[in-house]
Design a binder for this molecule. Structure first.
Ligand SMILES: Nc1ncnc2c1ncn2[C@@H]1O[C@H](COP(=O)(O)OP(=O)(O)OP(=O)(O)O)[C@@H](O)[C@H]1O
Length: 698
């Protein structure tokens, strides 16, 4: 055979020879013991070892001899398809590569093999390095000894150190500087962890590199999530703000609609439907407002246009088809260019608000009335037949719903009787309201009684006010000092008594009520009618049932029971134990009591507070009592200037009362007064006095 050349395992070195002897010499010189054999075309046709070659040559072998026959036993045969990776770890020195016909196609020594593997690995490594450099995540590979065997630029950047300073360094030390060494240990597991490194937030994941179940190293993947975190927290804030805004709008008692510049509804709450279009199809987000769709929608559309054009907040009033009154305020939201990007419309239901206010006022007034009623339980103390008659009358009249006019001097107990009537009437569970017509200026009195609508007059409260008549609905209104009611109001009161309905000041709607009116006066209303200072029609309307309470001096039997009643009350109040001496009782009984029961009540309180000792003597009583005692029987006491006719009437009334009280008989009394029996009877009748033993009620 003609062997032209032998290629040694070192591919860079080619040796040419003419004879086999040359080849053998090359082998020996290179100190190798095997080599491929190439044919004349340069194709590797076999492998041959030095010793086997010599041996085979000696035995006359040719290149056609099967390879197994000349193969060194230490060699392993592989075919061309077997990968380098699979044989790289085999404990062999030589590798023979066969072609398909199982003929030798090449040979690799360990060095050549490793070189080849290395080259492949280096290529793969270069490709991997390029990939690792390109990825934005930081990657740190740590070998079995715990040293960093790879760190990509992203990781070096995140840890703020040069790649060279980290490579081959103990990973625990390098990562300790950034506080990340804990993630090297198995305890960190293979899930993501969040950690701070400098001013960054990192997501870290640890992966083990294992071979045959043993950990060979660790790879840490680092990701900078600072921006992500910031964006995510911003997103959270925006989401939560959005949620808050939605719930605020929804929780609003007022209606709210947000509309964009094109008239498309961006948001609407439930209150909108309740106020503007109850029961109608709801206004939906995304709906474009149409000018002529519904009244409510048309209103929104118009308001939106007004706000868009003026770029200012606009307020309009709107009356819903159901008769509700609403105030709509549209406010613009301007964008950076200064044009209106959205319009926020708030809708306030004034009807509801007004009703609520009235309800609250009524409730407050009723509470006050209830309290007053419970606090002032009218215990009517009486001993005299005259007062007993008054009480009987009151109880009788309580059962019917008529108007009552209670007359009598100041402090006789008119209010007490009024309360008694209310308490025993069907209305006793309703309010008892009272007003002193003489204590309130005329202009105020009207609004107090009838109430007023908002803006009815200058200075009126914006929301309007409910009047006492309305508060007293289903109850009783006690008009004290009715004689002081101005003429203008007398007309209004009369109208109310006839119609049982009122108009508030500035109001156009009649309000139906169910109120019983009790009136009281210490004035002579009949005379006022004559003098045209009190309306006759009202007088007769009020005077349906008249009750006259006699002054205390005309019912002296009541003085001591009342005095003891008040004394007991004040003893309880002030923790005293005062009682009246016989002499003091006589003084009290003799006194004329111009201030009536109220004066007696005040006197008892003064004595309890000021008097010394428990037994009240005449000297403990107010000075005017003593003076009158001395003067009593001699002269008539006048305390104030009054018209002669009134003085004469008072005097006559007193004298007739005294005479009747003293003699008990009309004739004897007439004789004592020096008038005829019929004159006395006529006068007693005109003064509405009771004449006992002679006639019944006069
Ligand atoms: N018969 C009575 N029994 C118990 N207390 C009485 C009686 N009469 C009057 N009083 C008390 O005397 C005081 C005055 O009574 P009241 O206010 O009813 O009189 P009035 O006639 O309405 O007075 P005015 O004309 O000033 O309005 C009240 O404190 C009342 O409680």
């Amino acid at each position: 055979m003609q062997v032209k050349q032998v290629m040694l395992n070192n591919p860079e070195t080619l040796y040419y020879w003419q004879t086999l002897a040359d080849a053998v010499a090359v082998y020996q010189r290179q100190q190798v013991n095997c080599a491929p054999v190439l044919d004349a075309d340069g194709e590797v046709v076999g492998i041959i070892t030095v010793f086997r070659l010599l041996e085979a040559l000696q035995q006359g072998a040719t290149m056609a001899t099967p390879i197994e026959e000349v193969m060194d036993r230490k060699l392993v045969c592989i075919d061309e398809d077997t990968g380098f990776e699979q044989v790289a770890n085999l404990p062999i020195d030589r590798l023979i590569v066969l072609n398909k016909e199982r003929r030798l196609s090449g040979v690799l020594t360990r060095i050549g093999l490793i070189n080849k593997v290395h080259r492949a690995l280096e290529k793969a490594e270069r490709e991997l390095a390029a990939v690792l450099e390109a990825v934005p995540n930081g990657i740190i590979a740590v070998d079995r000894e715990g040293k960093i065997c790879h760190i990509n630029p992203a990781a070096a950047r995140l840890l703020d150190l040069p790649v060279a300073a980290a490579l081959e360094q103990p990973a625990a030390t390098v990562l300790a500087a950034s506080g990340l060494s804990q993630f090297l240990t198995k305890a960190a597991g293979d899930q993501f962890h969040k950690a701070r490194a400098g001013d960054r937030t990192l997501a870290i994941r640890r992966s083990s590199i294992t071979r045959e179940g043993h950990e060979q190293g660790v790879v840490l993947v680092l990701q900078d999530i600072s921006e992500l975190e910031a964006i995510s927290s911003e997103l959270q804030v925006v989401k939560s703000l959005n949620r808050q805004l939605k719930s605020v709008i929804e929780a609003c008692y007022d209606g709210m609609v947000v509309i964009d510049s094109q008239g498309v509804v961006l948001g609407v709450n439930e209150a909108y439907g309740r106020i503007m279009a109850p029961g109608a199809k709801p206004l939906l987000v995304g709906h474009k407002l149409q000018p002529d769709a519904t009244l409510a929608e048309d209103q929104l559309h118009q308001l939106c246009c007004l706000v868009r054009d003026s770029r200012k907040a606009v307020t309009v009033m709107y009356q819903t088809p159901a008769g509700r009154e609403a105030i709509l305020t549209g406010s613009p939201i301007l964008n950076e260019e200064g044009t209106v990007s959205q319009v926020v419309i708030s809708i306030r239901d004034m009807t509801e608000l007004r009703h609520l206010k009235e309800e609250a006022q009524r409730a407050a007034a009723e509470i006050q009335a209830l309290r007053a009623r419970h606090l002032a339980a009218p215990e009517v103390i009486r001993q005299s037949p005259a007062m007993q008659r008054v009480v009987d009358q009151a109880l009788r009249v309580a059962a019917v719903d008529s108007t009552v006019l209670i007359t009598g001097e100041s402090g006789v107990g008119k209010e007490v009787i009024a309360r008694l009537i209310h308490r025993h009437s069907r209305r006793c569970n309703g309010p008892f309201m009272e007003i002193n017509c003489g204590a309130i200026p005329e202009n105020l009195l009207e609004s107090e009684l009838f109430g007023y609508e908002k803006g009815a007059f200058t200075g009126a409260s914006k929301e309007g006010k409910i009047g006492l008549l309305e508060v007293a609905d289903n109850g009783t209104l006690f008009l004290d000092e009715i004689g002081d009611l101005p003429l203008g109001l007398q007309v209004k009161l009369l109208r109310f008594l006839q119609e049982q309905e009122i108009y508030r000041l500035g109001g156009r709607h009649a309000i139906k009520l169910n109120v019983r009116v009790l009136a009281a006066t210490n004035k002579d209303l009949a005379r006022m009618v004559r003098e045209k200072t009190f309306r006759e029609d009202l007088y007769y309307r009020l005077n349906v049932v008249p009750i006259r309470i006699p002054p205390l001096r005309e019912r002296r039997e009541d003085i001591l029971p009342l005095a003891r009643h008040f004394l007991e009350g004040f003893n309880n109040k002030y923790g005293t134990a005062k009682r009246l001496s016989f002499a003091a009782c006589k003084v009290l009984e003799a006194y004329s009591w111009p201030g009536n029961v109220r004066e007696l009540q005040n006197a008892m309180e003064r004595v309890v507070i000021m008097g010394e000792g428990d037994l009240i003597q005449p000297e403990h009583l107010p000075l005017e009592f003593q003076g009158e005692r001395q003067e009593a029987g001699k002269t008539l006491v006048l305390r104030e200037l009054l018209p002669l006719r009134e003085a004469r009437e008072q005097m006559e009334r007193q004298l007739i009362t005294m005479a009747l009280g003293q003699y008990g008989s009309l004739r004897q009394a007439a004789r004592a007064l020096g008038v005829s029996h019929s004159t006395l009877l006529r006068k007693a009748q005109s003064y509405e006095l009771v004449v006992q033993n002679c006639t019944e009620a006069v």
